[in-house]
Design a protein. Structure first.
Length: 355
């Protein structure tokens, strides 16, 4: 029997609506396993409401408590009344950086029955993975604000990106190893090294060196502005895209929009060394504008469940979840963001039915 301990952090907004739907899917898998699979959940009420009550986004010993779990299932962070940089740094980044979850994996894939804003997009032409460096780069948090004492209009802000040779190399090797498992063995590196002449040129140099260790993998290097256009104009040329923390964050959101909606965007935050539990989350955010209406798309959260199962070695169960998602979208059981009329629980009901 496989029994897994899952830390559940619904967080804010629609995170509190879609995470329970993902747990329903896990429970259904356990129920159908005839005793071969079980999940033990512990819920943590961390988030913006917790911040209002305690002045903290997470308990002081939060990371130590999370360390004991096999995986972390996360919803969303952010809510009006708490500055976004406070909520993000206080919870999500605290976990990712504290646990060295340096590999952020975001699949971009057009699901059956989902319309893309790209008129010629198909499931064959729109299917790639964005690999995001997740612990340094532009999100390193280095810098500060000064000179406010000199009077109005005198303040300066310095925000520095951190690029280490070690950090660049390990995320690139992760991307190359992932490419070896894909239908087309290809890695595209994205930078802005013509303008950022220190960190990004280091990235380019490390990429060239790592690529030499993977002679069977096709490689290319693009500037981020050209790559944004290429996501739209030539998506069929992409397979594995590796980029820095900020660039991959932006490009992966663009990719999910091209695949139909941010509501289907799934992700895995991994420590490939296995020293800490991975964190799996939809990346649609807390969406205060639709929170509480029962129309949030649960697919991003449930797809994240599939990524979690795959990471934990339950590849057959992960594949079953993805087939159930595809069958559901193909049948037209869609929430309003995808042009449908279903509620959040109704989409999950359909997915569970297809399991």
């Amino acid at each position: 029997m496989v029994r897994l301990k899952i830390a559940v952090i619904p967080g804010d907004g629609i995170g509190q609506e879609v995470v329970p739907e993902g747990l329903r899917v896990l429970d259904r898998l356990a129920e159908r396993s005839e005793g071969a699979l079980a999940f033990d959940y512990e819920h943590f009420a961390w988030g913006c409401q917790y911040y209002h009550e305690t002045g903290r986004m997470i308990d002081q010993d939060g990371l130590e408590r999370l360390r004991a779990f096999d995986a972390i299932y996360f919803g969303a962070v952010g809510w009006p009344g708490v500055p976004d940089h406070v909520s993000l740094w206080g919870l999500r980044l605290a976990i990712c950086q504290g646990f060295d979850l340096y590999a952020n994996v975001r699949p971009v894939r057009l699901l059956a029955g989902v319309a893309s804003p790209l008129k010629n997009a198909t499931a064959e032409t729109l299917d790639w993975v964005v690999v995001r460096e997740n612990t340094e780069g532009e999100y390193a948090g280095i810098g500060g604000r000064n000179l406010t004492s000199r009077g109005p209009g005198k303040a300066i802000a310095i925000q520095a990106g951190l690029f280490t040779e070690e950090g660049c190399e390990r995320i690139m090797r992760f991307a190359f190893d992932l490419a070896l498992t894909r239908k087309r063995r290809k890695v595209t590196s994205v930078t802005k090294s013509n303008a950022q002449q220190f960190g990004m040129t280091l990235w380019d140099e490390v990429f060239a060196r790592v690529a030499s260790d993977y002679p069977g993998v096709e490689t290319e290097q693009w500037l981020v502005d050209a790559m944004a256009a290429r996501f739209v104009l030539r998506p069929e040329t992409l397979e594995v895209v590796v980029a820095s923390n900020l660039f991959a964050d932006i490009l992966s959101d663009l990719g999910s929009a091209l695949a139909g909606s941010m509501g289907i965007a799934a992700s895995a935050n991994l420590n490939p060394d296995g020293r800490f539990p991975g964190m799996f989350e939809p990346v649609h955010g807390s969406a205060p504008d639709i929170a509480g209406q029962g129309i949030a798309n649960p697919i991003g959260a449930i797809w994240s469940v599939a990524l979690m199962l795959d990471h934990l070695g339950l590849t057959d169960d992960a594949a079953r979840v993805m087939r159930a998602i595809e069958s559901t979208t193909a049948a037209g059981a869609l929430t309003p963001d995808l042009g449908g009329t279903c509620t959040t629980p109704q989409v999950t009901d359909a997915i569970i039915g297809h399991l």
